[in-house]
Design a protein around this ligand. Structure first.
Ligand code: NAX
Length: 332
């Protein structure tokens, strides 16, 4: 083992985490680094993590380091390199006597959680730590967390890789090209049904999507809605939200950040806008990202958006701005 890395996972007793956590220690995600895990849950279920740890021990993962569990996020955050923030309060459950149905309630409750987690990450996490928010509403949770953390060396991301992987699959089926040859699949905007999956700038077998897919009616009526609504379709079919695909997407994001991006490609995640593509500064927005050879993650800035693309992207930017307004009271 060359070195070690500490990874914090919240929502560790949930369904995504059950599929995610073993992959963190399988010796592939972080190469030959030894992986220390700090698993976090709410007090009501934290003891269940004993069972998960037994299973991890029984699975023979030579890359697995020290595994701890707690309901104290600040304790878990100490000196961590990576934070996978999967835990959040889902829509539909009763929380403090009230059924959570409105997006505004969801924003408010999870927002409060992310203020505390953000503060702890800023104070106790390593400088240059990377944070991937999976728990919904992911972009705005990350926005709140980043603000509370107030540590510019750390990188906050919200996950859009699952949307990107879904979009690749739809394009693969449409064109008959294997998914391994579909690159630069950008998800612009929010991880929500307003996201804009970009079929014009995707690279299909080394060719631009706009030249391969000459069917804007399919793009508008089939492709975009099917990617936007895929999460709902999985819930309808499975009776539960995406889990193994979400876990795989989180791993894909980590791996994309851990090694340089090949020329011409990009990966999808939402990060704080620096004003690129005229997106208002600060909101956590889906962009094409690249990992540079020094490990820095940056926005790929040379993508040409068509008027069609710009108008779709704007819908999602507007939604992010309204979410930003809804959580104003949580900002310092
Ligand atoms: P589960 O309900 O199975 O698990 C969530 C777990 O989080 C629960 O065990 C709960 O006790 C824990 N939790 C809640 N608040 C916590 C806190 N403050 N600290 C630590 N743990 C906490 O949900 P699961 O299916 O695993 O989904 C987790 C989240 O991912 C949900 O918010 C879901 O909406 C979101 N998703 C995000 C996706 C994305 O692409 N960004 C796709 C999949 C998924 O829908």
């Amino acid at each position: 083992m060359s070195s070690s890395i500490k990874v914090v996972v919240t929502g560790a007793a949930g369904q995504i985490a059950y599929s995610l956590i073993p992959r963190l220690v399988n010796g592939r995600t972080f190469g030959d680094k030894k992986v220390d895990l700090a698993l976090v849950e709410i007090p009501q279920v934290v003891d269940k993590l004993k069972g998960l740890i037994m299973e991890l021990e029984d699975s023979y993962f030579p890359a697995m380091g020290k595994v701890t569990y707690t309901d104290n996020f600040s304790e878990a955050a100490k000196d961590a390199d990576w934070f996978l923030l999967v835990g959040s309060i889902p829509r539909g459950i009763v929380y403090n006597g009230k059924k959570i149905e409105e997006r505004s309630d969801l924003l408010s409750i999870n927002g409060g959680i992310f203020v505390d987690q953000g503060k702890a990450i800023g104070s106790f996490g390593k400088d240059k730590a990377k944070i991937l928010v999976v728990g919904n509403p992911a972009n705005t949770n990350a926005f709140i967390g980043k603000n509370a953390a107030d540590n510019e060396s750390q990188l906050w991301m919200a996950m859009t890789m699952l949307d990107s992987n879904r979009a690749k699959s739809v394009i693969s089926k449409k064109t008959g090209v294997n998914i391994s040859e579909i690159k630069n699949m950008i998800i612009w905007g929010n991880h929500s049904p307003t996201m804009y999956p970009d079929s014009e700038n995707v690279i299909i077998n080394n060719q631009l999507g706009s030249t391969v897919i000459n069917d804007m009616s399919w793009v508008e009526k089939d492709f975009i809605p099917s990617v936007q609504q895929r999460g709902k379709a999985v819930i309808n079919a499975r009776g539960a939200s995406s889990a193994t695909s979400a876990a795989k997407a989180a791993i894909d994001t980590v791996m994309a950040c851990e090694s340089p991006t090949e020329d011409g490609n990009s990966f999808s995640a939402a990060i704080a806008s620096d004003g690129s593509y005229d997106v208002p500064q600060g909101i956590i927005c889906g962009f094409p990202l690249v990992t540079l050879s020094d490990g820095t993650i940056d926005i790929k800035r040379d993508i040409a958006l068509s008027d069609f693309g710009k108008s779709k992207f704007q819908i999602s930017i507007d939604e992010l701005l309204s979410e930003r307004d809804a959580v104003k009271h949580l900002m310092k």
